[in-house]
Design a protein around this ligand. Sequence first.
Ligand code: AMP
Length: 364
Amino acid sequence: MRVGIVGGGQLGMMLVEAGASLGVDCITLDPAADSPAARVGPAIQGTYDDPAALARLADGADVVTYEFENVPVDGVRDLEGRVPVLPPPAALEVAQDRLAEKALFTDVGLQVPAFAAVDDLDGLRAAVGSIGLPAVLKTRRFGYDGKGQAVLRHEELAEDAWRAVGEVPSILEAFVPFDRELSIVAVRAADGELRCYPLVENHHREGILRVSYAPAPALTDELQTAAEAHARAVGDRLGYVGVFAIELFQAGGTLLGNEMAPRVHNSGHWTIEGAETSQFENHLRAICGLPLGDVGVHGNVAMVNVIGQEPDAAAILAIPGAHLHSYGKQPRPGRKLGHVTLLADDPDALRERVLQVSRHLTDA
Ligand code: AMP
């Protein structure tokens, strides 16, 4: 099998690596010559909307997929005539627009924070009136890692918030006093079979994921069952094939949908060492029509992101149960450069190991 991947970042890199041992040859497309995926497999250098580059990617591929959600939808739709594109581009369309995403969640019975569409400053003032404060203003499109967002606490700061997000179509969302942030990573096959990894607890700072715990501490069957039902409903509605993630807020016993990623997800990186089958392998299995892999977990697992600056690799690797993944990217403040997966026999040992890793991370 041969898979063309739009995007050559770290997610592409880990897909290529998973493909190698499965006998699935992957090729990536990325504007950068030195993309993380280019370190580990064949890569085409080109922009995501370059028809010639996309055609080269599709040439000889059995299926085309993508590793980030801001892929221009028209470009991949054009490929559909010659090669299957999975997940279906309709999933991209929904995930690229926070309004469409919220409409889908609501439609399938996943509650979301109160929200209103905002198209201009007057609209923002009206939304503040209906939603109340505090609230979060988020651009409808192209937001990631907390970018394109402003928390609004005082009505008189509405203009600042509107400027901060770039005066583009947005949504205003009620600020949720959640207990914790969770995500569910699921894989869906073409025949509708769905498998979910256990809910993961995620810790963010400055809008960037820092640490994930899998399974989420004190995870109950009720919560897992509820999250899986939401994942199933979203997957079925989109006719989804491949891995996707839904980010959730937990408030008491209630789960609220925040956003979905139509791709492998940072909160699923722990599955490489921590699960029977990694999210990367399962994504390839699903889009290649192969049987889905077991999603069982190896004990207590955590993932710590390496942000901004490379740590001393030897110091990290000296920590028991630690596995370092470096993406080979140039250091830059706020940039994800790698991650560390940690395994431990019990939750206390795991937390201690997370602290140990954190001490070696400069910008963590
Ligand atoms: P997002 O890009 O939507 O995932 O938002 C980035 C982070 O901002 C989330 O992981 C939360 O920590 C926080 N956040 C986003 N939306 C809300 C909200 N409605 N209420 C409280 N915190 C939020």
